[in-house]
Ligand binder design. Structure first.
Ligand SMILES: Cc1cc2nc3c(=O)[nH]c(=O)nc-3n(C[C@H](O)[C@H](O)[C@H](O)COP(=O)(O)OP(=O)(O)OC[C@H]3O[C@@H](n4cnc5c(N)ncnc54)[C@H](O)[C@@H]3O)c2cc1C
Length: 473
């Protein structure tokens, strides 16, 4: 075995969006950075590639909280090149009758005829009650959505709420907390000023939502009152978008902004974090080892114990992190279908659920001329046979969009774990500090705020904050 010992200030393990944002920000703070990625390309779950003339993404993506969220903060402060974002559009629900906008306020609920009128009334009452209780600091937001729902709703309504719960947390309404629905939807989250999130100490094991609820009950009521007015009027901009040129445009913006001092090595799987006494001194792959002052780990935190010895209590906590497996089916269509004549995404919830996005509507160059590309994502059970899951998913698409079968020119499957941790009730999130002083963590299993790329950006901000506290930056 040949060891090349090279000195770095920081070694980053993993070249997904969290690792790359870590490399970008730390290098712009003057650090000499090495990033090691096990795959042949960087990007992880944030990339695009060609399949038979169609440019598919690693799952259909809505990039959220772009107005003043964590990604916006990172872009403003550290990016030299900006992706161009196209306004996201709307969230729809598809039924046999076609598309209907998903309600985001009381007014929408009144006209949302996808569900029985009685159920809509009961749901909007439950929502108003939750917000009222929250305002007075009386909401046990960690209770399951299912338990909070009024009794006597129809099967369709339960299926609808369940589909939304899977979208927001990766788990069913029995494992999704009321807080997650309130914060994950825009009812509360967008109406709270960003600075309130900055001061929150994320001790490992603490639920972010409960911390925020506690903070909010002491905070001025303005935030809540805004929620109420939103509930009544829907005067809200979601600040969500899709990057023109596909998801890889976001990845490219990070890569183009990266100073030349950052070294990136692909095809380099870190199999050990080297320690000396109480702290890390570097990392080793099968062929090389590298020394550094600091290590940032952005792979699955659950796998961290395979890289170095850690206290058993900590290992036990990490083992409770839960994930969701997803199946995405990309369909390249011979012609544009009128069913997909919109920007945004749609949910189907009857007899199974999917979340779909016709991404070529944002940028025609994503599909060959005159054709269309639509991604459908399903939550699947890893215990089930994959081929059967694929077949079931395809059948659901055919049922939801009659006539699509004759239009399919390209079919491409992706089986992925969208988030490294699902936001279940009392689900564990590792936080940015590890038990080893100079090993920091970033990625979607270290911070429970928001989801996806936004959550990855939060985790990087949290890591930077910890390093500033530790006088490393
Ligand atoms: C179907 C689907 C839909 C999604 N929808 C959205 C959406 O609408 N909006 C949104 O914002 N997000 C969405 N996401 C989630 C988003 O893509 C991810 O949250 C984000 O890309 C995660 O970034 P990450 O860097 O934390 O993790 P990853 O992308 O998993 O990156 C981790 C990287 O570390 C590497 N690695 C791990 N271990 C090692 C090791 N030992 N040595 C070297 N390298 C290692 C891995 O190979 C990987 O490249 C979706 C994802 C999927 C799959």
């Amino acid at each position: 075995m040949k060891y090349a010992m090279v000195e770095y200030d920081v070694i980053i393990i993993g070249g997904g969006i969290s690792g790359l944002l870590s490399a970008l920000t730390l290098s712009k703070h003057g650090k000499k950075v090495l990033l090691l990625e096990k795959d042949d390309a960087v990007g992880g779950n944030c990339n695009s590639y060609m399949v038979d003339g169609f440019q598919v993404d690693t799952g259909p993506h809505a990039i959220t909280h772009l107005r003043e969220g964590p990604l916006r903060r990172l872009m403003d402060e550290y990016f030299t090149y900006m992706p161009f974002f196209v306004d996201y559009g709307h969230y729809y629900v598809r039924t046999e009758k076609g598309l209907t906008k998903i309600p985001s306020n009381i007014k929408d609920f009144v006209t949302f005829d996808v569900l029985p009128r009685k159920d809509r009334l009961m749901l909007s009452q439950a929502l108003t009650k939750a917000l009222t209780q929250m305002t007075f600091g009386m909401l046990d937001g960690e209770q399951p959505v299912y338990d909070y729902l009024p009794k006597g709703l129809s099967g369709d309504t339960y299926d609808f709420v369940n589909a939304i719960a899977y979208f927001l947390s990766g788990k069913s309404m029995k494992d999704t907390s009321v807080n997650r629905v309130l914060y994950g939807s825009s009812f509360v989250r967008d109406s709270v000023p960003e600075d309130i999130f900055e001061d929150v100490e994320m001790a490992p094991g603490t639920s972010y939502a409960s911390l925020i609820t506690e903070k909010l009950s002491k905070y001025q009521l303005k935030g809540h009152l805004t929620s109420f007015s939103r509930l009544a009027t829907n005067k809200v901009s979601y600040a969500q978008a899709y990057p023109r040129g596909g998801l890889r445009s976001l990845l490219h913006a990070v890569l183009y902004s990266m100073p030349g001092t950052v070294q990136i090595k692909t095809g380099s799987k870190v199999c050990r974090i080297l320690t000396g006494g109480e702290h890390a001194i570097g990392v080793a792959t099968d062929t090389d080892s590298y020394s550094s002052e600091i290590v940032v780990y952005t792979g699955f935190v659950k796998n961290l114990p395979s890289l170095l010895p850690l206290p058993s209590e900590y290992v036990k906590k990490l083992s409770t992190i839960d994930q969701t497996l997803s199946l995405t089916i990309w369909l390249g269509l011979k012609e544009k279908m009128k069913e997909f004549d919109y920007t945004g995404s749609e949910v189907w919830f009857k007899g199974g659920a999917y979340w779909a996005m016709p991404i070529s509507n944002y940028d025609a160059s994503i599909a060959p001329r005159g054709k269309q590309l639509v991604g459908f994502t399903f939550v699947i059970d890893e215990k089930n046979d994959l081929d059967r899951e694929k077949k079931k998913a395809m059948e659901l698409i055919m049922k939801a969009v009659p006539g699509i079968e004759e239009m399919i020119e390209m079919t491409h499957y992706q089986v992925t774990i969208p988030e490294k941790a699902a936001v279940t009730i009392n689900g564990y999130f590792a936080g940015t500090r590890s038990p080893v002083r100079n090993i920091y963590l970033a990625g979607t299993d270290t911070d429970s705020r928001s989801m996806g790329v936004t959550r990855a950006a939060y985790s990087v901000l949290e890591m930077l904050k910890a390093m500033k506290e530790d006088k490393i930056l």
